[in-house]
Design a protein around this ligand. Structure first.
Ligand SMILES: [Zn+2]
Length: 141
């Protein structure tokens, strides 16, 4: 079985994100000083530079900010998965945060900026971790 080499983010700083996803929870870092939610986890808040931030449960809903369809398998693990869709999602509770993820259950021609999405959780072929994977949220279209 091939190693899932694409997932380089095994850094301990991401572990709470993976742990939450394994529990079907969507979390983002939130600053304890200014309240800013941000992505990705980093030493200090990118808004106020406070070192006091924690992982906060975040409503697993957002909107498509952008997307692309990948046709070239830039790694052998992806040879059988192309073409696939990569989306940038802006979570409803974190304006300005742009999370790179994937979307399923929709054809590329149906995607458009602003479509409402909701997170489900799955382990993509390229990762050893459960991650948020988005689907169109029919209740909010
Ligand atoms: Zn802050």
């Amino acid at each position: 079985m091939p190693t899932k080499r694409l997932d380089k983010s095994s850094d301990a700083m991401f572990q709470p994100y993976y742990d939450a996803a394994a529990e079907q929870r969507f979390v983002l870092p939130q600053c304890g000083s200014c309240g800013h939610r941000f992505w990705y986890p980093q030493t200090s808040c990118p808004s106020c530079l406070s070192l006091e931030w924690t992982w906060r449960d975040t409503k697993p809903q957002g909107r498509i900010f952008s997307w692309t369809e990948v046709h070239h398998p830039f790694n052998e693990e992806l040879t059988e998965t192309v073409p696939f869709l990569v989306v940038i999602v802006e979570p409803d509770e974190a304006p300005g945060v742009h999370l790179v993820s994937s979307v399923r259950g929709i054809e590329p021609g149906e995607l458009r900026v602003g479509l409402p999405v909701v997170a489900t959780f799955a382990a993509p072929v390229w990762s050893d971790h459960m991650l948020p994977v988005f689907e169109i949220d029919p209740a909010r279209v």
